[in-house]
Design a protein around this ligand. Structure first.
Ligand code: NDP
Ligand code: MG
Length: 385
């Protein structure tokens, strides 16, 4: 197992900090070569002092001087600004990028890494939702492996080891259902941010926690799965499984089903992606089949959680529609987090934006960027942000 140099893009986030725990537990296997943050300069500095990376990037350039001063006694190189994220991604100083920036902002650095053939451990699902065809095309062209970190996709990836992808009949993405499982619109209309931020099974960043409460997360994951595993939309199913023990399943053309299971803990898929094609022993808690427990399954309530319907529509129609859906969703979630719109308003805003932005069947990368910007502008002005 040669030591892998990891570039952690989004090291201060929920995924980033858990990846650093994995690195700290396996110093002979991994080093943190690059760390990047957006605004959390204090945590970035603490991480740099602990892990001695070659490079750190602080996205917010107003914080450059502070970070530089705090690391003056070290030989860590400090960069700042959005452009620096791309420049560092394009440097041949690491073996694998952990793409753990949240949202559309993660797309450009990941494209740069792919262009120099770097392996990607992909947490940032928005990258594939926005421009999955171009991202996967670049990966093939530059022979850059893309290993999923998202737990459902890690599950499917693990089920497919040793299998031929064209033998897949369908995949089943499991969904916890989030904190509002079983609730109806008359309840959801009054839901506030702090309540929506309480997820029953996972402790995650704010954006994905809201996406889990609205089921948009599962919608984004359907689109992510389409690109990762080269599937037809009709091969992708969603099933609510509140215990989050089965992380997803694959049914093959002979009817055989494989599932990957375990306690919900993101460190496992993070570690798996970083160690692939190997596995690493650890002391994470184990699921115990002998303890009384029940694994249950139900259909998602797509009438109440209409985001899943909108995302399914984007999945089937393709083109720039998933990109528009994603942009409108990012605006909606941030507005909801700032108490500017209600829980159900998020869906209405996304739907309106999807209707407003002109459809492009085969967008270029530039057209994806334009559709993203147009959708953001439309959504932001619709709610007077
Ligand atoms: P967090 O919000 O916890 O962390 C996001 C990270 O990205 C932080 O390091 C943040 O920096 C940085 N960041 C935020 N905005 C920008 C920007 N505009 N430019 C550059 N960097 C930025 O998110 P999570 O860790 O929860 O999620 C990261 C990604 O992984 C998301 O795409 C999510 O969907 C996916 N994912 C997460 C899971 C989880 O369990 N958390 C599970 C599956 C997928 P700073 O903190 O300094 O502002
Ligand atoms: Mg997931």
């Amino acid at each position: 197992f040669p030591q892998k140099r990891i570039a952690l893009f989004g090291s201060t986030g929920s995924i980033g900090t858990q990846a650093l725990e994995v690195i700290a537990a396996n110093p002979d296997k991994f080093t943190a070569e690059v760390l990047t943050a957006h605004s959390n300069d204090e945590l970035l500095v603490r991480q740099a002092l602990q892990f001695h990376p070659n490079i750190v990037v602080i996205g917010d350039d107003k914080k450059y001087a502070k970070v530089k001063a705090a690391l003056a006694a070290t030989d860590v190189k400090v960069f700042a600004g959005e452009q620096a994220l791309e420049e560092v991604a394009a440097m041949d100083c690491y073996d694998m990028m952990l793409a753990a920036i949240v949202g559309f902002a993660g797309l450009r650095p990941t494209l740069k890494a792919l262009e120099i053939g770097k392996a990607i451990a992909l947490a940032n699902k928005e990258t594939l939702v926005v421009a999955g065809d171009i991202v996967m095309q670049k990966a093939v062209e530059h022979r850059a492996p893309v290993i999923p970190v998202d737990s459902e996709h890690s599950a499917i990836f693990q089920c497919l080891v040793g299998e031929t992808r064209n033998r897949i009949e369908k995949i089943v993405l499991t969904a916890s259902g989030g904190p509002f499982l079983g609730k109806k619109p008359n309840y959801l209309v009054n839901v506030k941010r702090d309540h929506a931020l309480q997820h029953p099974n996972w402790n995650m960043g704010a954006k994905i926690t809201i996406d889990s409460a609205t089921l948009m997360n599962k919608g984004l994951e359907m689109i992510e799965a389409k690109w990762l595993f080269n599937l037809k939309p009709e091969q992708i199913e969603v099933l609510v499984h509140p215990q989050s023990i089965i992380h997803s399943m694959v049914m093959f053309e002979d009817g055989s089903i494989k599932a990957q299971m375990g306690l919900p803990d993101m460190k496992l898929p993070i570690q798996y992606a970083m160690a692939f094609p190997g596995r690493i022993p650890n002391d994470f808690p184990r699921y115990d089949f002998r303890k009384p427990s029940q694994l249950s399954f139900e259909e998602p309530d797509v009438k109440t959680f209409r985001n899943l319907t909108l995302a399914t529509d984007a999945l089937f129609k393709g083109g720039n529609l998933p990109c528009v859906l994603n942009a409108a969703n990012e605006i909606a979630v941030y507005a909801f987090l700032r108490n500017r719109i209600g829980f159900l308003d998020m869906t209405d805003l996304i739907e309106k934006t999807m209707e407003a932005i002109p459809f492009i069947e085969h967008p270029t990368l530039e057209e994806y960027f334009e559709s993203d910007a147009e959708a953001r502008n439309f959504a932001a002005s619709a709610i007077k942000l």
